[in-house]
Write a protein that binds this ligand. Structure first.
Ligand SMILES: Cc1cc2nc3c(=O)[nH]c(=O)nc-3n(C[C@H](O)[C@H](O)[C@H](O)COP(=O)(O)O)c2cc1C
Length: 181
């Protein structure tokens, strides 16, 4: 049966490497009958967590009403959440980090989010796979804390400019990720 999948992207670069992999994943997931909701965090207004701990007290996930509240209901309902991003300064780009920080609202709000699947697609310029540690480790620990199962990770090094992803099998790996959900 088709699953509800939320895809949250972190690159501000349209036509870039992580977007190409995102598109390949979404196309494959939809071909399998999954329903995909895409949220391009870098093109939205999403701030960080204010740690006010008033989550869901105003009827919305976050009391500071911005675009996080438009995607929060879809995340709550999703069977799987897929994060896609480039590595920025050895870690998660600020553009998507606001969304990740505000998953805290589900914890504070006592929402039952356990049992979802999670996956990650990431790329970076450098060739050394350890460059992904700053993205991979926080994502894996976040998933573990939320009791989400890591279904797959596509980590593509050695891509800098737009189009570099086409010299790799990144899009093929991203499409194959749809088979793991
Ligand atoms: C602000 C910024 C910081 C970056 N930091 C790193 C880094 O720490 N390590 C690395 O290998 N690549 C780094 N890169 C390169 C990107 O990860 C790389 O160009 C990637 O392919 C961009 O993905 P995109 O086309 O999806 O935006 C950085 C790029 C930018 C713009």
């Amino acid at each position: 049966m088709g699953k509800k999948i939320v895809v949250i992207t972190g690159s501000p670069r349209k036509g870039g490497n992580s977007f190409a992999m995102t598109d390949a994943f979404i196309q494959a997931a939809e071909a399998k009958g999954h329903a995909v909701t895409r949220f391009d965090a870098a093109m939205q207004n999403v701030g960080g967590c204010r740690a006010c701990e008033t989550c869901f007290k105003t009827g919305k996930a976050c009391s500071f009403d911005d675009a996080f509240n438009t995607i929060a209901p879809a995340i709550l309902e999703a069977d799987a959440v897929v994060f896609t991003m480039p590595v920025y300064w050895y870690t998660i780009p600020a553009q998507i980090k606001g969304v990740i920080d505000r998953l805290f609202s589900f914890v504070v709000g006592g929402k039952d989010v356990a049992g979802k699947e999670c996956a990650m697609i990431a790329c970076c310029e450098e060739e050394d796979m350890s460059v992904f540690d700053g993205v991979r480790i926080p994502m894996e620990r976040t998933a573990a804390l939320l009791k989400w199962t890591m279904a797959g990770e596509v980590l593509i090094p050695g891509v800098l400019n737009k189009g570099d992803i086409d010299r790799t099998d990144g899009c093929k790996q991203a499409a194959a990720l749809a088979d793991k959900l």
